[in-house]
Design a protein around this ligand. Sequence first.
Ligand code: ATP
Ligand code: MG
Length: 323
Amino acid sequence: MDTHLSSTLAKPLDLTIAGETNLDLILYGLPEQMPTERELLGSGFTTTLGGSSSILAHNLSVLGVRVGFISQVGSDEMGEIALARLDEAGVNCTRIKLRADIGTGVTVLLPHGRRRHILTYPGAMAHMTVDDLDLDYLHSSRHFHLSSLFLQTALHPGLPQLFADLKRAGLTLSLDTNDDPTGEWGGVLEELLDTIDLLLPNADEIMKIAGRLTLEQSLDALSARVPLIVVKCGSRGAVVQRGSQRDWVAPVLVDRGALVDTIGAGDSFNAGFLRAYLNGQDPLRAAAVGNITGALSTLRSGGTEAYRDTALRNDFLRQHSII
Ligand SMILES: Nc1ncnc2c1ncn2[C@@H]1O[C@H](COP(=O)(O)OP(=O)(O)OP(=O)(O)O)[C@@H](O)[C@H]1O
Ligand SMILES: [Mg+2]
C-alpha cells in the first residue's frame, strides 16, 4: 500500500461525501429495443449497492480511506440492504438519515454490451438539502466530494455558499457531476466550477459541461477554471489536465471474457484516484491508480461487487502493486 493515509493528521476523517444512496437492480441480456406488451426474458439479475455517491463511499472505505457519508434513505428494505452494505465496508454511516415519508432510490440498469439503459426512481436522493448537512462533521475531514450533482436537486440552492465556506476552512473539493437527466448542464454547476480543486467527469460529460464538441476543446475551455481535471475515458484510460499540461494515462487491459459490466467503473476510478490524491501522490500516479480501481470494478456486477469479493480484490490490487 502507498504511504498510510493521514495516520499523522489530526482530522478524524479523510473525506466526506454528501450524496445519494440507492440500489442498482441490474438485468442482463435484454434486447436494446424493448416493445411493450411483450414478455422479454433476461439472462441474469443482480441487486447491488448503487448510486454514484454510495458506490464511491463504499469502495473508498474498502481501500482504507476514512469516509464519512451523509445521505438519506427510506425506511424500507431497499434502504436496509444499502445501509448494511455501507456499514460492512466500514463507512461512517452516523449521518445517514432514515426517512419514513419517502422511499429509497432505485436504479434499474439494462446493459447491452457497451451501452445500457439507466432508469432511476430518485426517491430520498432528491430531498436532501444543505440544511440537512452537519457542518461540524464536514469540517472534521480534509476533503469534500460531491457526486451526481444533477440528481440531488434539493441541495442546489445552498451549494455555492457551502463550497465557498469549506474551501475557506481549508478543505479541498472535488466534483463528479455524472449525467444531467434534463440535458441542460447549467444552473449551479457554473458557480461550482470556479470553486472546486478537482473535476472528475467522463468523456461525454466534459463535452456537455464545456459546451464543446471534442474532449480537447472541452479541456482547453475548462482548464483555466479548474486546476485539476481528470477525464475518465472507459477502455482508453484517463486524461489528466493541469493548467496547460495534458497527459493520457494508459488503462489496465481487461480481458473481454472477464469483463462483466462497466457500471460504477467511474466511481471506482474516483475511489482509487482520491485515495492516492489524498495521500499526496502526483495526479498522474493517482490516475494510474484510478485506472486500476476502475478496471477492478468491471470484473463483477455493478460498482461494488468486485470490492466485496476479498480474494478477487486483493489478488487484483496486489497484481497491480496497489497493496
Ligand atoms: N473496458 C475497460 N477496460 C479497462 N478499464 C476500464 C474499462 N471500462 C472502464 N475502465 C476504467 O474505469 C474508468 C471509468 O470508466 P468510464 O469511463 O466508463 O466512467 P463513467 O462513465 O464515469 O462510469 P460510471 O458509469 O461509473 O459513471 C476508466 O477511466 C478506466 O480506468
Ligand atoms: Mg461517472
